[in-house]
Design a protein around this ligand. Structure first.
Ligand SMILES: [Zn+2]
Length: 144
């Protein structure tokens, strides 16, 4: 899957709000108390259409994780049954694809002029180390 494919997948969503998309896809979000004090922030189970997410996260970071898991759901159906989000594993191929999906979804309404994309991405809730990587990878696509 290349960058343009991921961007096109996001474009097809027409700027829909993440919660409306979750409803439209008939996904269920469960704040899982078992995640507390662990390094697992969120996960998705394709068959059950469930996203588990840590409770009491900041709203912006929560939305990033939801977009990330939806990214797996829309991009990776043939590549597994479930995915887990660990901050330490963000560089694997499927994790980076889901991060790029989330980044495009969260940044698609932004104009590239007069803003620093990296600052904006971090402000929107994308963890800094992930934001640095996706900004670097996605520069060519954002200039379309
Ligand atoms: Zn993931």
């Amino acid at each position: 899957m290349n960058l343009k494919d991921i961007y096109n997948e996001v474009s097809r969503l027409n700027g829909i709000n993440v919660y409306d998309l979750i409803e439209k896809l008939d996904l269920h979000v469960i704040e899982n108390p078992n995640f507390e004090n662990r390094k697992l922030y969120s996960s998705i189970l394709f068959d059950q259409k469930i996203i588990f997410i840590q409770p009491e996260l900041e709203e912006e970071f929560k939305q990033f994780l939801l977009w990330h898991e939806i990214g797996h759901y829309l991009l990776h159906h043939s590549e597994g049954y479930s995915f887990n989000f660990y901050m330490s594993r963000f560089k694997s191929k499927t994790e980076m694809e889901a991060n790029l999906f989330a980044f495009f979804a969260m940044m698609i309404g932004e104009t590239a002029e007069n803003i620093n994309i990296l600052d904006a991405a971090i402000h929107k809730g994308i963890p800094e180390q992930i934001a640095i990587k996706v900004c670097d990878l996605s520069q060519s696509v954002l200039q379309l």
